[in-house]
Design a protein around this ligand. Structure first.
Ligand SMILES: Nc1nc2c(ncn2[C@@H]2O[C@H](COP(=O)(O)OP(=O)(O)O)[C@@H](O)[C@H]2O)c(=O)[nH]1
Ligand SMILES: [Mg+2]
Length: 381
């Protein structure tokens, strides 16, 4: 369902790794709930069939997961350019690193998502690696005060994700901050603001901000936006008919500066592990309706650690990369080259028409001269 594939039941136990050949929890349960009645041959066959089907399903999931991971690991900027309008990858201004920006309200799960994405690759590379992004446990925490760049997978030189501060309850302040990021770019360790997101002065980070601003790293242009929302908060508001959280999400999501070309951000819904399958589907449908996007653009990524969630994460990354690359700018010299060729062709065509006119005039003049000569001869006689 949605971009994140089929929804995973909350009762499914999580598995530490999807890369092994053990039964996936999805289909371990599938086998366990199959009807079994002792002594009846046909029922035994039915159980066998179910087990085989489940095994095949598990293998298919593993294959998909391996392919999806391989795609992200192999990816280099320019790989997803489709060659529209006759331009090749070399004709585009490619980013050094494809940069994805996380945006969302406080506690939506942005920092947790950075850790979840990293974990998908860490399972193969370094299963005991510690988390990278600072998660806030409660509302007393300031959350993310500095922009932080996280290469994905760790040490990648092709994709990076920026974790950011929460959105303020004042959307105008959000817009100002977002416009700056989207137009001027973002850099690792850049301080978000000396005030917190709701405009309260934060003296503790001011001196630190100066220090880090001086040591600022490379500025990156944002290539695509990942908008994160907490599914539980959305559902609570839908059910209670309140609108605060949903209003901020709706207004900010539709803010034109967050779109890359015509492409709106992808929407990631978190906290699905606290909801039932039906509630998750309900939240996704409501959000699709409110934000005017297809459910395929909504990725259900709960805190659970299972194969379905890993696949949803990889699908979401692929969506971001592909849409980012469809909107990369074309190099000016390519445009001039193409326009130059076209202008030359137009001029040649015009000259050819001009040529025909000259030819006709010459022929006409020749005929007139011949006529005069003929008349002259006639008069002399
Ligand atoms: N159960 C559950 N908890 C989550 C999920 N995502 C985030 N959290 C928790 O929500 C809180 C805020 O998460 P955090 O990533 O710091 O949110 P941020 O402010 O958007 O960066 C933390 O206590 C996380 O453990 C999720 O999908 N499921
Ligand atoms: Mg955070």
């Amino acid at each position: 369902m949605g971009g994140g594939g089929d929804l995973t039941p909350t009762s499914i136990p999580s598995t530490p790794s999807c890369s092994s050949e053990v039964l996936l929890p999805e289909f371990a349960e599938y086998v366990a709930v199959s009807p079994v009645s002792d002594g009846e041959e046909s029922d035994e066959c039915c159980v066998c069939d179910n087990a085989v089907e489940a095994l095949q399903f598990g293998r298919r999931q593993q294959d998909r997961l391996r392919d999806a991971k391989g795609f992200i690991r192999r990816y280099k900027p320019g790989d997803c350019i489709e060659g529209a309008g006759g331009a090749k990858a070399k004709d585009y201004i490619l980013p050094e690193v494809t940069t994805l920006l996380l945006v969302g309200p406080r506690g939506a799960g942005k920092s947790t998502l950075v850790n979840r994405i990293t974990r998908v690759f860490d399972k193969d590379d370094d299963p005991f690696a510690p988390d990278r992004a600072q998660i806030s446990r409660n509302s007393k925490s300031n959350g993310t005060a500095f922009l932080r760049e996280f290469p994905v997978p760790r040490n990648s030189t092709a994709i990076c994700i920026y974790d950011t501060q929460r959105l303020a309850s004042n959307t105008q302040k959000n817009f100002k901050m977002l416009q700056q990021w989207m137009t001027k770019g973002i850099s690792h360790r850049e301080i978000v603001t000396c005030r917190d997101a709701d405009g309260n002065k934060n003296n503790d980070i001011k001196p630190l901000g100066r220090q880090f601003n001086f040591l600022r790293c490379k500025t990156r242009k944002v290539n695509f936006v990942i908008f994160v929302v907490d599914g539980v908060s959305v559902l609570e508001e839908i059910e209670s008919n309140k609108k605060g959280y949903i209003d901020i999400v709706q207004e900010t999501f539709k803010y034109p500066f967050l779109s890359i070309g015509d492409d709106k951000p992808v929407l990631v819904v978190t906290h699905g592990d606290k909801l039932s399958i039906l509630q998750r589907a309900h939240v996704q449908n409501e959000l699709a309706e409110l934000l005017g996007i297809p459910v395929q653009q909504i990725f259900d990524i709960p805190g659970s650690d299972d194969c379905q969630t890993d696949l949803a994460i990889l699908d979401m990354l692929r969506h971001c990369i592909q849409h980012a690359e469809q909107n990369l700018p074309i190099k000016l010299n390519y445009l001039l080259e193409v326009r130059g060729c076209e202008t030359f062709k137009d001029a040649a065509e015009q000259l050819m028409t001009f040529d025909a006119v000259i030819e006709a005039t010459i022929i006409f003049l020749c005929i007139v001269i011949l006529l005069f000569r003929f008349l002259d001869k006639l008069l002399q006689l």
